[in-house]
Design a protein. Structure first.
Length: 531
């Protein structure tokens, strides 16, 4: 397993190397365009690879809702210095920082590396003296912020939005935002990487710039990668262009890491909010994020394992982060878990969640806590956690690795759960299409697998205490199916809570409205009574 720390501010995700090799670290600036939120996890596989290669690594964010790119650059500089302070705190007083960015992150990272604080027009205020990166690798970097012939029209629209104003010839702001106007003798070594199927057109300006700099004797590399589009390193690292770029990146980083050996850094135990990945190389969906109660808080004995919904093919555990933080503030140790959205079927997704749940239980044991865990899910997530609780590993027919010491959940909280996977008379066509897709085979050909995916058909020996949450305006799964199942379990002596909230399907994604806050209070009260 690979752990990473979500540092405060949350705009830094830190990956510590098991065996540091150099007195150097890698600062990774997330991609997307300037307005793409929540894009940090796309660089987690690269950050984990850097850590396994011996480099401490940080994935850095910048605010997607900032006024303009100058505000984003100022925030990125703050995060860069926060990373430097973190390295000093663990015993790396003067590390060389190697920067990587892609897309908009490459643009902002290049300005950070090549321009002095305030030179672009951003606020120059920083808490520490400025020490620029020792080298920068830039993928799909728009080194020019004025239009060029090959520039993709939509990308030009995004660039003007990032600038905060429409372009007019000679506009000083667009010149200040052009990386090529900040290159001088103090510029660090640069490595420009481009995909030869990049429709954004950045290669048309980065290549002649690199050639001109090389002709002037500057340490600049430029390389084109076949069959690759823009910012292609956000894809899995196991396809050929990504493997090629990864090898080139590590050669570039090693070349500029310096000769000073790694100091005996004391990497701290994860705390606050941190994540765990189940695989190496990292598969971003197969992991969990842990949210610990603040120091001094009274911690409830029962922890909470939260799984997102989204029709089995959408959603992200990061969207449950604010809820998990709210639970942590109430004394609940909470974990949000993901599963592969491109899985062949729900059985593969169930296997992902079993491994994540088992890792959570092991993490509780590592902290000296008993593995008393309640599972929560909404819609598709509720379906998957109900199967996890109802059967032992492999009990639904899924294939999963050995999970020694499996401890079933102590309680379930199921919001808008599909009680059955067998079609009902008035099922919506789009819902049935989603269910047949995730079942992995048409119902007419293999009805038995649909029975194995139906909570009300599974022989559940002893259901744990269960809280069914129903939405008044439920329009996806019939509430009567849950009421019938709840009544069956009550007759068996199972402690069942069933409550309707004045809300719609999937309403528990924030805490802005009274039903959402009411449900949070009810879950905490329910957890306090879990035996």
């Amino acid at each position: 397993m690979i752990r990473f720390q979500m540092a405060e501010p949350s705009a830094l995700h830190l990956f510590h190397p098991p065996h540091p090799r150099w007195n150097a670290a890698v600062f990774l600036v997330r991609g997307g365009d300037w307005r793409t939120p929540n894009a940090m996890r796309a660089l987690h596989p690269l950050a984990a690879a850097c850590a396994e290669h011996g480099f401490p690594a940080a994935v850095a964010d910048y605010p997607a809702d900032a006024k303009d790119a100058l505000e984003q650059l100022a925030a990125l500089r703050q995060n860069y210095q926060s990373f430097q302070r973190t390295l000093r705190d663990i015993g790396m007083p003067n590390p060389r920082i190697l920067l990587f960015g892609m897309g908009a992150g490459a643009h902002l990272g290049a300005l950070l590396a090549c321009a002095a604080p305030g030179e672009c027009g951003e606020s120059p205020a920083l808490p520490d003296p400025w020490i620029p990166p020792a080298a920068a690798a830039l993928l799909s970097c728009p080194v020019q912020f004025t239009p060029w012939q090959e520039l993709f029209p939509r990308h030009w629209t995004l660039m003007q939005d990032a600038a905060g104003e429409k372009f007019t010839p000679g506009a000083a702001l667009f010149e200040r935002l052009s990386v090529k106007n900040h290159l001088d003798r103090a510029t660090p070594p640069l490595f420009f990487a481009e995909g030869d199927e990049d429709h954004l057109g950045t290669a048309a300006v980065s290549r002649p710039l690199a050639e001109a700099l090389r002709a002037a004797g500057r340490p600049v590399q430029w390389k084109n990668y076949p069959l690759a589009g823009p910012s292609f390193l956000s894809s899995p690292l196991d396809w050929k262009p990504a493997r090629m770029l990864l090898a080139d990146l590590f050669r570039f980083f090693e070349q500029h890491a310096g000769t000073e050996p790694a100091p005996p850094a004391a990497f701290p135990e994860p705390n606050g909010t941190y994540g765990i990945y189940l695989d190496s190389p990292v598969q971003t969906r197969r992991g969990l994020d842990l949210h610990l109660p603040p120091p001094g808080a009274t911690v409830l004995p029962c922890a909470l394992f939260l799984v997102h919904g989204g029709g089995w093919r959408a959603g992200d555990r990061a969207k449950l982060g604010a809820l998990a933080d709210a639970f942590a503030r109430r004394g609940v140790l909470a974990a949000t878990a993901g599963y592969r959205l491109n899985a062949h079927d729900a059985f593969e997704q169930l296997a992902d969640l079993r491994e994540a749940y088992h890792a959570f239980a092991a993490e509780l044991g590592r902290q000296g806590r008993p593995p008393r865990i309640a599972v929560y899910g909404e819609s598709a997530g509720a379906h998957l956690v109900s199967l996890l609780a109802a059967t032992p590993p492999g009990g639904c027919g899924e294939t999963c690795p050995p999970l020694p010491g499996w401890t079933p959940p102590a309680a379930m909280i199921l919001q808008s759960v599909p009680a059955q996977f067998i079609p009902w008379p008035d099922i919506q066509p789009n819902i049935w299409i989603s269910m047949e897709d995730i079942a992995g085979a048409p119902y007419a050909r293999d009805a038995e697998r649909y029975a194995r995916l139906s909570l009300n058909r599974i022989p559940f020996p002893t259901p744990p205490p269960t809280f069914f949450a129903e939405a008044r305006y439920e329009a996806v799964f019939p509430p009567q199916q849950i009421r019938d199942l709840a009544e069956q379990w009550r007759r068996r002596g199972v402690p069942v809570t069933l409550k309707r909230y004045d809300a719609e399907h999937g309403f528990f994604h924030a805490l802005d409205r009274p039903p959402q806050r009411e449900f949070l209070d009810d879950i905490v009260a329910f957890l306090t009574k879990v035996p």
